[in-house]
Ligand binder design. Structure first.
Ligand code: XIL
Length: 328
């Protein structure tokens, strides 16, 4: 169906996350990033764990390398992520007072956003702040930020980022927005409420990032997804796809069958998104099956290698890349 859609729509910027170890070691990886991407996201190097080995210093080496490469190639950079409950260095997990958490969070955001001002136009300001199975009474994920700062952690982060770079696009990034299970689908309502609350308080929030780690064995709730994006539109919030890949642990073993199933899932998801809103970008969480977090986090019972991404382990385009080509 979407075969003809391409002609009537503007291209959507496409990109990928880039992992520093592979980026340094594998020239074919760098080549693929150059060939396919107009947007690059340092996969792990802007996380606290990478930047903040100790409380007083910042190590920008990995992030600088990837961002420098993107600049050379005329690629835009998304920043990921200023606040997350995971990937924290030990010292940060030991924070114990509200004042300390607020001081550290604000000074971290000020330093990082200021350093990349003019180079990083879009920031995932908060990542995964919604509880995995939230209720309207308990919407927030239990993290050190939530424990020490309560719900205010979100606005503190957005305010700090906006203060330092008033031109940056500020995004709330989270997952499972395409899931039909009512216990998970409520995440969409929770996201809308969080955004409304920020807007009511005059806090600048511009975008919602959908991670889109799509489960091979789950349906895409196309209708729910479209409704969600229309509601975001009413709030003047843009959408973007930030970490697209397919969790293929429960898909059939046959690689060709698996690749077709993954491509079709991506197609269903993107068709639903695009039928409601034009996303600001479509970003995959890596390019080649050679390297992906899915292999370790969602291992297959049969031990076969995960095939979550648009290029195979030899950097050959898979059916998923054909689907992506319709949009980019
Ligand atoms: C993952 C990376 O891909 C891994 O390399 C790392 O070890 C752990 O984090 N949601 C997110 C991403 O927002 O930051 C995560 O990335 C994947 C899930």
């Amino acid at each position: 169906a979407a075969g003809g859609a391409r002609a009537s729509r503007a291209a959507i910027p496409f990109g990928s996350a880039a992992q520093i170890e592979m980026f340094r070691a594998d020239p074919r990886y760098r080549e693929a990033l150059k060939t396919y991407c107009s947007v690059i996201v340092p996969m792990n190097d802007l996380k606290w764990e990478a930047l903040r080995h100790d409380r007083t210093g910042f190590d920008f080496s990995g992030a600088d390398e990837i961002i420098g490469f993107a600049r050379q190639n005329g690629q835009a950079v998304r920043g990921h992520a200023l606040l997350w409950g995971e990937a924290l260095p030990p010292w940060a997990k030991e924070m114990s007072t509200r004042a300390e958490a607020e001081r550290e969070l604000v000074s971290h955001i000020e330093t990082v956003v200021d350093r990349y001002k003019g180079r990083i136009a879009t920031w995932d300001v908060v990542n995964e702040v919604i509880a995995h199975e939230p209720t309207l009474e308990k919407p927030y994920r239990d993290t050190i930020w939530q424990r020490l700062l309560g719900p205010d952690h979100i606005e503190i982060a957005f305010r700090a980022a906006a203060r330092v770079d008033p031109k940056a696009r500020l995004v709330i990034n989270d997952y499972d927005f395409e899931d039909p299970d009512p216990r998970i689908a409520i995440r969409r309502e929770v996201a809308l409420r969080i955004i409304r609350r920020l807007k009511d308080k005059g806090i600048p929030v511009h975008g919602l990032g959908m991670q889109a780690h799509l489960y091979g064995e789950r349906e895409i709730d196309s209708h729910g997804l479209r409704q969600f994006m229309l509601e975001l539109g009413k709030l003047d919030i843009d959408v973007e796809v930030t970490e697209l890949d397919v969790i293929d642990w429960k898909l059939p073993a046959d690689p060709a069958v698996r690749d077709r199933a993954a491509a079709s899932l991506v197609s269903t998801f993107l068709d639903a998104v695009v039928s409601a809103r034009q996303p600001r970008a479509i970003v995959t969480w890596g390019l080649s099956d050679r390297y992906s977090w899915i292999a370790e986090t969602f291992p297959r019972r049969d031990g076969a290698k995960a095939r979550p991404l648009p290029l195979d382990t030899e950097y050959k385009p898979k059916p998923m890349m054909k689907v992506l080509d319709r949009y980019r």
